[in-house]
Design a protein around this ligand. Structure first.
Ligand SMILES: [Zn+2]
Length: 136
């Protein structure tokens, strides 16, 4: 059991140090497993339905407009905006509009289940093993 935890932590560290390889592996896996991505989206939708709070499409569009259709974290222009939960649903966050920020896919997927304060702290201090290339 202890060993399992250690391996999970090692995998997590590798994923953080190799975001591009991680995405390529995930993409390849999705292609080999049709239906898995759809199942993942269905689980996510179910989590949102189960969460306290609710918002309308109009509220979401108003929020996007207030942020000028840019990512709340990196200011990238959003062509395919993601709803980022300030307090993650996995940590009991609400699906109310007050708990949501527009984010690009990159920030949304790298934030995952951390809360905003943790994510911003991590953005400010990238891991030493991170590549020095500027994000595209
Ligand atoms: Zn972003």
């Amino acid at each position: 059991m202890k060993n399992r935890q250690k391996r999970i932590e090692q995998a997590r560290a590798w994923n953080q140090a190799n975001p591009e390889r991680r995405r390529a592996i995930s993409k390849a896996w999705d292609e080999r497993n049709p239906g898995a991505a759809q199942a993942r989206r269905a689980r996510r939708a179910q989590r949102e339905r189960d969460a306290p709070g609710h918002h309308t499409r109009a509220e979401w569009l108003a929020l996007l407009s207030a942020h000028h259709w840019t990512c709340a974290y990196c200011n990238a222009n959003l062509t395919r905006p993601c709803k980022d939960h300030i307090i993650p649903l996995s940590r009991g966050g609400s699906h109310d509009i007050s708990n949501i920020l527009p984010a690009c896919r990159r920030c949304n997927s790298s934030k995952r289940d951390r809360d905003v304060a943790e994510f911003i702290a991590q953005l400010a201090a990238p891991p030493p093993s991170a590549p020095s290339t500027t994000p595209s």
